[in-house]
Design a protein around this ligand. Structure first.
Ligand code: PGA
Length: 252
């Protein structure tokens, strides 16, 4: 059985005080929900240690993710954050290859593979983001783009490693634009992604969670999550409101 997951990507939003408030609100609202859906939040680096202590003291079911990490464990890499340190402060996941990282910080598939390998070595799970840009969809190259993002990165992992990966399909044209992929478009791509994973890892494909991301909100989550190959969501804007985020979690 594959796991249902809803993950909130806060990006570079909230100060620490606002972040703590948001976590408390979410924690309160998810306490009585069924445990079937995994709840993950990815606050900025600066908030992680404080939020981690809060989650521990509240015995919360919310799991913590970082939004990025270094492609080295330690050393002379000024300004970078080691995956080992993230694991040490309680992160269970790291978002890898978000389109904003690929686009604004020129992160390549090679670099992302190195990060994923280190995240796995540190006993965390990568949430690996893939997705096409608008011009790629309009020129009918979206399947090729997504296929290379999988083959150039995930095909280099062992089966045991792949089992720990969550994939997030986020069409770039839907991120932060208010323009969501239709549930047909999402299902079509998620089914395709599962097929590409199956070509190399036939025994894992059915169990890997594939999340949809891109303007997912309470009003469209139910329709998206109802599709066979959509196992949850990676939520940006709507994860900054506890009420909206929890409404999305309840959409299964
Ligand atoms: P959005 O962002 O929900 O604000 O579109 C999703 C993401 O970037 O992960």
């Amino acid at each position: 059985m594959r796991k249902r997951v809803v993950a909130g990507n806060w990006k570079m939003n909230t100060n620490i005080e606002e972040g703590l408030l948001l976590v408390k609100e979410i924690d309160h609202l998810v306490k009585d929900l069924s445990q079937e859906t995994g709840v993950i939040i990815a606050p900025p680096f600066t908030h992680l240690a404080t939020i981690s202590s809060l989650l521990k003291s509240e015995n919360s079911r919310i799991l913590l993710a970082a939004q990025n990490c270094a492609d080295h464990q330690s050393g002379a890499y000024t300004g970078e954050v080691s995956p080992n340190t993230l694991a040490e402060i309680g992160c269970k996941y790291v978002i890898i290859g978000h389109s904003e990282r690929r686009e604004y910080y020129s992160e390549t598939n090679d670099l992302l593979l190195r990060k994923i390998e280190l995240v796995l070595k540190a006993n965390m799970s990568p949430i690996y983001c893939i997705g096409e840009r608008l011009e790629e969809r309009e020129s009918n190259r979206h399947f090729d783009v997504v296929s290379s993002q999988i083959k150039e990165v995930l095909y280099n992992l062992s089966e045991e490693e792949l089992e720990k990966v969550i994939i997030a399909y986020e069409p770039v044209w839907a991120i932060g634009t208010g323009k969501t992929a239709s549930s047909d478009q999402a299902e079509e791509m998620h089914e395709f992604i599962r097929g590409i994973v199956a070509d190399k890892f036939p025994s894992c494909a059915d169990n890997i969670s594939i999340l949809y991301g891109g303007s997912c909100k309470p009003s469209n989550a139910q329709e998206l999550f109802a599709r066979k190959n959509v196992d949850g969501g990676l939520i940006g804007g709507a994860s900054l409101s506890a009420v909206d985020f929890v409404a999305i979690i309840k959409s299964f």
